[in-house]
Design a protein around this ligand. Sequence first.
Ligand SMILES: NC(=O)c1ccc[n+]([C@@H]2O[C@H](COP(=O)([O-])OP(=O)(O)OC[C@H]3O[C@@H](n4cnc5c(N)ncnc54)[C@H](OP(=O)(O)O)[C@@H]3O)[C@@H](O)[C@H]2O)c1
Length: 334
Amino acid sequence: MTQATRIILAKRPQGAVTGDCFRTEKANLPALAEGQILVETLYLSLDPYMRPRMTELNSYVPPFELDKPLTGGGISRIVESRNPKFAVGDTVIGAVDWATHTVHDGKGMRKIDPNAAPLPAHLGILGMPGYTAYHGMIRMGQPKPGETVFVSAATGAVGQVAGQLAKLKGAHVVGCAGDDAKCAYAVEELGYDACFNHRKETDYGAVLDRLCPDGINVDFENVGGEIFHAVFARMATFGRIVMCGAISEYQDEKPKPGPDKMFSIIQKSLRIEGFIVSNHAATMDEFVREVGALLRDGRLKSRDSIVDGLEQAPGAFMGLLEGRNFGKLIVKVS
Ligand SMILES: NC(=O)c1ccc[n+]([C@@H]2O[C@H](COP(=O)([O-])OP(=O)(O)OC[C@H]3O[C@@H](n4cnc5c(N)ncnc54)[C@H](OP(=O)(O)O)[C@@H]3O)[C@@H](O)[C@H]2O)c1
């Protein structure tokens, strides 16, 4: 019998997530039924969308269940299999519990070649966040040479890829991030033309007027809230707003008002479009080919923020919501 250590949703948060929302427990896992696999988690991805799932809010993914393990994308190794599609020793990617081991029915689980790229890359630049950046920036934002592109959370899992892709299209790319080291990294390593520290330069309108004097043609929106309001007011005619995320709003107990002068959408012929990357899974191959090649050629870089040990997951997740991660946040479990 396998004993798993797992992290349980003990309480739904009110406002900011607190440590008592989580509980660690040990559980004896049941013997496998026909069709099931037992996986050992190697790496677990922590992502902002998990915060809304901690509430009862019904969204495009169902809420986490109280007193059950939280779940997320992970890279795992098969340790036992009663499913003909998987053999012991296979490395797989797919949803698992926040746990050392998960019993799984194999649905949505995909084998990966452990030698093709470092394993964490499959959860970052070559995985869901990278594809989010590709779909949002290349297919929706469609930046053109010389246009101004703005990316919030510029050095995060999605933002770092989105900004680099816009640069490769010849755009003038401006970002914001939560500390000076992140901003320096954005400019010196990722190739952003400018990046401001949104915790220090809080007159967002003034800093955007300085860094984007001709207005903003493409906004890749990760953060929402007041930063978005200032960007919205500075969109250029025929601008495209790619609504990828609104992390600054995920812990709000009451929704905040949106930006002023919504009629400027008409005046400036703006396009505002949201998306959920999982709805575009069928066309992921194109991204894997293109971004894989750019990564191999050294034309794209990525940075991960890896914490060691499952017990670190709750603290690391709370840190993500406060900007303590620097790059794609991953937990090394085993
Ligand atoms: N639409 C989709 O299908 C899809 C898929 C994946 C992700 N997303 C969204 O994309 C966004 C980025 O996700 P990610 O995985 O790349 O996360 P991430 O950027 O790696 O981490 C989150 C970052 O958000 C910033 N942040 C947190 N609270 C903030 C606040 N109150 N104000 C301003 N910035 C704040 C912090 O960066 P700083 O220190 O730089 O402030 C933090 O490091 C999220 O909104 C997420 O929900 C959407």
